[in-house]
Design a protein around this ligand. Structure first.
Ligand code: PEP
Ligand code: MN
Length: 339
């Protein structure tokens, strides 16, 4: 249920509505927005009646939300969510590029790549320190040491760090360095992790699971919002299909569909989506063309010797030529690329 109040509703009217919601055993969520003042209701709201609220002071309208996901839905909030990180904005008319290696491999490696990306104007550096790998024998990341190098890059180069949080145990550690916490495809339905990151106040990049429907992805995002963290970025990174020529099938259908049903920003990861470096450029452009709010792209100085995902990584030179094309494409789809 969604309760709409007049924009100039005094605080005491807002609080009365919230108290009433709580008295029914439900949870009120003030939905930030510039066009209207809305309070979303989650919990067992089916027992609530429209008449319980419609005649309260400052209440304009009360509507039922028909979708199973509530707080992430456009029904709850029609305006695009814009996430602010320092002087950066994600979502709305902004197009954001996150780039960097799959994993932090050494101090030199991360500084070399970060330096080149920074020169191109990239602000958001991706790199995993704790890596969830399909094989227990594969490189698992530099862990704490990797985070230390990322903290140093952040400090010395002023870049913003996007890194994966693999479990609840390492969350406090990741929080110290990350500006955006990535939840990987394999953890999309790790509900205890989703609930924990719902309690923090940093943005979450939530990647679509390998076999997750769009509704599954939105329900996972709902877990995070329902705990109070509204700063969620969704990410299409490809799903498993019967196709074997590519690593995954990048489901770009999800971008316009998610835009219709949710106010949250949606990014595309063409690197994991197709898994083949020389096919990353066309799929990245396709992602922008279909309305993505951003891209996350793997870039490595020496892809042939990368410890993870080298085959899908672009060299800085190839990445640069992609960025030049994105600059031309962005205005066609009414997006601003601030590089
Ligand atoms: C990654 O970004 O390197 C990664 C592991 O991605 P995903 O969770 O989408 O497989
Ligand atoms: Mn990777």
């Amino acid at each position: 249920m969604l309760i709409m109040l007049k924009l100039d509703a005094p605080r005491e009217h807002i609080e009365k509505v919230k108290t009433k919601i709580i008295s029914f055993g439900c949870t009120p969520h003030e939905i930030p927005g510039s066009l209207k003042l809305a309070i979303g209701v989650t919990g067992a709201s089916s027992s609530l009646q429209i008449d319980d609220f419609i005649s309260m002071d400052s209440v304009d309208d009360v509507v039922r939300v028909t979708k199973p996901y509530k707080l992430v839905s456009r029904e709850m909030k029609s305006e695009d969510t814009i996430i602010k990180i320092g002087n950066q904005e994600i979502g709305g008319s902004n197009l954001t590029i996150i780039a960097g290696p799959c994993s932090v491999e050494s101090r030199n490696q991360i500084f070399d790549i970060a330096g080149e990306l920074k020169e191109m104007g990239i602000v958001f550096l991706r790199a995993g320190a704790f890596k969830p790998r399909s094989s227990p024998y594969a490189f698992q990341g530099l862990k704490e040491e990797g985070l230390e190098y990322l903290a140093e890059v952040k400090d010395k180069l002023g870049m913003k760090i996007v890194t994966e949080v693999k479990d609840t145990q390492t969350l406090p550690l990741i929080l110290k360095t990350a500006d955006i916490l990535q939840i990987g495809a394999r953890n999309m339905q790790n509900f205890s992790l989703l609930e924990e990151v719902g309690k923090i106040n940093k943005p979450i990049l939530l990647k679509r699971g390998l076999a997750a429907t769009i509704e599954d992805l939105l329900m996972s995002a709902e877990y995070i919002l329902s705990k109070g963290n509204y700063n969620v970025i969704l990410c299409e990174r490809g799903i498993r299909t019967f196709e074997t020529h590519t690593r995954n099938t990048l489901d770009l259908n999800s971008v316009p569909v998610i835009k219709k049903h949710s106010h949250l920003p949606i990014f595309v990861d063409p690197s994991h989506g197709i898994g083949i470096w020389d096919k990353v450029q066309p799929m990245a452009l396709a992602g922008v063309a279909c309305g993505a709010d951003g891209l996350i792209i793997e870039v490595h100085n020496h892809p042939e010797s990368a410890l993870s995902d080298g085959f899908q990584s672009l060299t800085p030179k190839n990445f640069k030529s992609l960025v030049e094309k994105i600059k031309q494409l962005a205005p066609i789809v009414d997006k601003k690329l601030d590089l």
